[in-house]
Design a protein around this ligand. Sequence first.
Ligand code: AMP
Ligand code: MG
Length: 319
Amino acid sequence: MDLLELRAIAREVVVQACELTADLQKRLLSAEIRAKSDLSPVTVADFASQALITLLLAARCPGLPLVGEEDARAPREDAALAAKVHESVQKFIPEVTLEQVLEALDKGSHPGGEGRFWVLDPIDGTKGFLRKDQFAVCLCMIDNGKVLVAALGCPSLPVDPPPAELGCVFLAARGQGATQLDLASGRERAIHVSEAVDPSSCSYVESMESGHSSHGAHARIAGRLHMLPPIRMDSQCKFGVVARGQASLYLRCSDRDQQIWDIAAGAMIVEEAGGKVTDLQGRPLCFSRGRTVGSAAVFASNGRIHQAVVEAATEAATE
Ligand code: AMP
Ligand code: MG
């Protein structure tokens, strides 16, 4: 199977998972928005999105392992949760049985490393999902540490600067560039990072949640470069926003080794849009170490300001 066929498969399955998750997000009730109970739509959506994508991939591209964020333990122990997940998946695959859904969820436990496998975060940014804000369905294929194809579904992201319709999927295949597919219109167009060279004219994106990355560390780096104030957003949508040139930098400095499903798909889309993604010292990322990246701090830029950010980060670390 060539890269463009794999990209088409990734596109098709992520579009369906966007429909599934966007529908469940719309049905969130106000009580559920405040508390993530075990049966809340975000929990159901997490498992249903992973099961649906795993089943669709197995039918189109059999035999490839998957590194997924979720597994079947919780739905196997909770019949009510399993039934809701099954019902959600059946809307897309009517003949699927409960056991097939659970078996699909068991397949996400691949340890990563060398070789070829899919990587999936079925709902990245669950906090954003619960706030009825940004979240992403993130799928990519990795081959010996390099991302070959990626699809980043952002069902709540405006397709253009607001006011604009919501919902797009960022797509890329290695060496073929990156695109944005608008979910409502079906229009697909090439995207590129910003051309800005002066950091002081650039804005940066960071997590909404200060527990996921250090807003203080970001402010110290951005402050040295006199950058514009941050745009805060949940999920890998941040990579998409850099890839299409809406912001020039995504900073993610945390205290914990990053999971590959939180980084790999978005990173490749930024690179294919002309940008650069590295650790804070400017070293390239490698996705063959296992289920984590081996770095607690990563950033994505338009490439042109990358070296200035590395230097600012080095200076900020000695402050
Ligand atoms: P974001 O929406 O960008 O805030 O990122 C959401 C992701 O952050 C989740 O998928 C978690 O896996 C991840 N996460 C949670 N805590 C941390 C942490 N301390 N460092 C890095 N990532 C984290
Ligand atoms: Mg995640």
